[in-house]
Design a protein around this ligand. Structure first.
Ligand SMILES: [Zn+2]
Length: 235
């Protein structure tokens, strides 16, 4: 595969606009409201429709549903603190959990591909038809960037955002540059989220679930770490 840049490799990329104008995704896994960028929601809408057309039971048992999207710095801090509590060494915690994650842009998702989002299932995930179909659409058609050590983690960086904007412009036959902030049906959620985060504090269920998802794979990652198999920090 030719390289589509991950968000961390895009200087200035989408970081600056990371907080405003997120939407609660209709592709969140059941029972959860997961927030993402509106352009990523548009990509998800199209990928889901394409997958349904291919005959996949989209949404059944949360297949192709988003398990993690936007995270606040506080939520990421909590994940890192849990890694520190577990390993007792900041350097090892750094190997497992990023202090600043691309998830904080809202342009990144962890997608459910039919197996739990845990390191021990990486081989099984990659072997499924669901993964092959997802990868073809997300990467080839919608220009999302994969993360080679986590098959569930996909980023809608510059190439992906520009690609979906071109598609939308083509459909609207407008010469105007696409402006996500002018879409009337989307409501900025930042203030609401900030209040909600304050109320539930660091023991909030979203934080706990996110931590469980991330840390459940830590044992396998420690094994890989010891053998020098991890070239990069977890994102
Ligand atoms: Zn992720």
């Amino acid at each position: 595969m030719t390289a589509i840049k991950r968000i961390k490799d895009q200087p200035g990329g989408v970081w600056a606009e990371s907080r405003g104008n997120l939407v609660a995704s209709e592709f969140s896994q059941s029972g959860r409201a997961i927030y993402i960028q509106p352009y990523l929601e548009e990509v998800m809408k199209r990928i889901s429709a394409d997958l349904e057309e291919q005959g996949f039971p989209v949404g059944q048992n949360d297949l192709f549903r988003i398990a993690s999207g936007f995270r606040t710095q506080e939520e990421q801090d909590e994940l890192w603190q849990r890694a520190l509590d577990k390993y007792g060494d900041p350097d090892i915690a750094d190997d497992f959990v990023a202090r600043v994650s691309a998830h904080q842009t809202g342009a990144v998702i962890d997608i459910n591909l039919g197996f739990p989002i845990k390191s021990e299932h990486i081989g099984q995930i990659r072997a499924t038809d669901a993964y092959t179909a997802w990868e073809d659409l997300a990467y080839n058609k919608y220009k999302m960037a994969p993360y080679d050590v986590e098959p569930w983690h996909w980023e809608c960086g510059d190439a992906c955002k520009e690609n979906i904007e071109e598609i939308l412009q083509g459909e609207s036959e407008s010469s105007q540059e696409f402006d996500w902030n002018k879409r009337g049906e989307k409501t900025p959620v930042e203030n609401t989220r900030r209040r909600a985060t304050k109320q539930r504090g660091t023991a909030g269920s979203a934080v706990l679930l996110g931590a469980a998802v991330l840390l459940s794979g830590a044992g396998a990652l420690l094994w890989m770490h010891k053998r020098g198999m991890l070239k990069r920090k977890r994102r």
